[in-house]
Write a protein that binds this ligand. Structure first.
Ligand code: FAD
Ligand code: MLT
Ligand code: ZN
Length: 473
């Protein structure tokens, strides 16, 4: 077994001295996006190829040094940064950022894991295709991180989570072996589907180095509407009508409460936020049409007419241009940024059956405000998928760090108890990381946890891949 300095020397030989960072300002790699925790790394290593990743993993395993795979470091649950021990290697994939091949006939694209999502979207668009995964962090998150977390985002209602968009993976496992599972096949029933083990495993089973993803035709037309809805029941009713009138054209359905919209208006005054002062809830919805702009507009108008008649929409604007559509989407996407500007906050990324969302919110609001008077509820999210960001901002004029310190655990327990009663999930799309690792065993069946542990022990027997995240073993 080598000493730390021997290991670092070996890592320098593998990836080049310039790509092994041990000193200077490493904040970008050791602090999470929400600034919840700042860790300390033995080294940040930036391999440039799959072969280099394999050699780095082998060297770390031989030295029994644990690794934290990292993409864009935009994760929400403190899963991509090292702990405070100073003994972990951050394995940053961002130098591996190439598009490898695009197979137009097979509607697939194969990319390096460190490819930034927005660059991938743009490469697809330039080739005349749509890669539909869409998140507000797309300018810096990577496809490897999206796969590692099984990211959701704003197009799941039509295209599914990242898992549904992935056909094949290339992975360096916890032994440093390369598994070439880069297939574009849509059917392959030759045993366990290993791809699905690695997707959503948050770097705890191996390092994703490449992926083959599905492509879709670019829609002929995309229309966006921003609607004021009088209640959550109305929002759910509008969702039903949108499914009925738009069918597979419905590609986005996002809910925004009045308070989160007020935060956007407050922190980004250059953005014009419609309806927020008069409506308790707003919805942004998108219709993607493969026929024509006229067809898209006619379908949207029929939907909005029906919704107004049913009383589930009180007012609406339909974007007249792409610029206006982007501006309306931008309001929704600015909510997490506005929340961060407002200060520290507690996030609950929950999902339950869409039909029960109004009941859930009413019940949880009442319990939470009775116990934590003054807490400010920041409720918004992917209503089309039954996924709410039921977030909480500290009361105004209160010490935010103290509030978080003292109230986060009891508040989580309160919200998750209601989620359990509704048979929901305590992490719909952000994952577990280290923030929810202690909550998970209280909300997942012991049988499921036992099988997860067996998989972890089987694939990573020395517990060197992102230890302490997802599961404590
Ligand atoms: P990182 O943060 O670097 O890593 C995330 C996890 O994946 C870690 O556990 C890490 O170890 C693991 N990992 C990273 N790369 C690899 C790899 N190559 N192989 C194996 N494991 C790996 N998330 C959503 O789901 N939906 C949203 O709508 C959404 N919106 C967001 C908006 C904003 C403004 C921000 C800041 C974040 C948002 N996120 C959202 C969270 C985040 O962007 C996603 O989780 C994203 O998928 C993380 O990608 P990343 O490259 O930044 O991964
Ligand atoms: C979003 O949908 O905006 C996110 O997942 C980010 C968040 O929860 O803050
Ligand atoms: Zn989200």
């Amino acid at each position: 077994m080598s000493t730390n300095s021997e290991l670092i020397e070996l890592l320098r030989q593998i990836v080049g001295a310039a790509h092994v960072l041990t000193e200077g300002d490493l904040t970008a790699w050791v602090q999470d996006w929400r600034r919840r925790e700042t860790g300390k790394a033995l080294a940040v290593v930036r391999p440039g190829s799959t072969l280099e990743v394999a050699a780095v993993v082998k060297a770390c395993v031989a030295a029994r040094v644990s690794m934290v795979p990292q993409g864009g470091n935009t994760g929400m649950v403190v899963g991509s940064t090292p702990d405070a021990s100073g003994t972990q290697v951050v394995l940053s994939l961002t130098r591996m950022n190439k598009v490898r091949t695009l197979d137009a006939g097979n509607l697939t694209i194969t990319v390096d894991a460190g490819c930034v999502l927005q660059n991938l979207q743009e490469a697809c668009e330039q080739a005349g295709f749509l890669f539909p995964l869409s998140l507000a962090s797309e300018g810096s998150c990577t496809i490897g991180g999206n796969l590692g977390t099984n990211a959701g985002g704003t197009q799941v209602v039509r295209y599914g989570n990242t898992r549904e968009l992935c056909l094949g993976l290339e992975v360096v496992n916890a032994q440093g072996e390369i598994w070439d599972g880069l297939t574009g096949l849509r059917k392959d029933n030759t045993g366990y589907d290993l791809r699905h083990l690695f997707i959503g495993s948050e770097g705890t089973l191996g390092v994703i180095t490449g992926a083959t993803m599905k492509l879709y035709p670019l829609p002929k037309s995309q229309l966006t509407a921003f609607a004021a809805v009088p209640s959550l029941e109305s929002a759910v009713q509008l969702l039903g009508l949108a499914h009925e009138y738009l069918g597979s054209g419905l590609t986005g359905f996002e809910l925004m409460g009045q308070f989160p919209l007020s935060l956007v208006a407050k922190h980004f005054p250059q953005q014009r936020v419609p309806f927020w002062q008069e409506s308790p809830w707003c919805v942004v919805l998108e219709n993607s049409d493969n026929e024509s702009e006229e067809h898209a507009r006619a379908c949207f108008e029929r939907l909005l007419e029906a919704a107004m008649e049913a009383g589930c929409v009180s007012d609406a604007v339909v974007a007249e241009s792409m610029a206006q559509a982007h501006a309306l989407w931008h309001i929704r996407e600015s909510i997490p940024l506005a929340q961060a500007e407002e200060g520290l906050n507690i996030k609950h990324d929950i999902s339950i059956n869409v039909s029960r969302i109004p009941e859930f919110v009413e019940e949880t609001n009442a319990l939470l405000l009775a116990r934590f008077p003054g807490a400010r509820l920041v409720v918004y999210g992917h209503l089309g998928d039954g996924n709410l960001h039921y977030n909480v901002q500290a009361p105004e004029n209160e010490d935010q760090a103290l509030f978080l310190n003292e109230q986060e655990a009891p508040m989580n327990a309160l919200v998750y108890e209601v989620v359990d009663r509704y048979r929901g999930s305590i992490s719909a799309e952000h994952g577990v990381g280290s923030l929810k690792v202690d909550s998970l065993p209280k909300h997942k069946s012991p049988v499921a946890l036992g099988m997860m542990r067996a998989i972890k022990q089987g694939l990573d027997p020395h517990n060197l891949m992102n230890p302490g995240r997802v599961l404590k073993v």
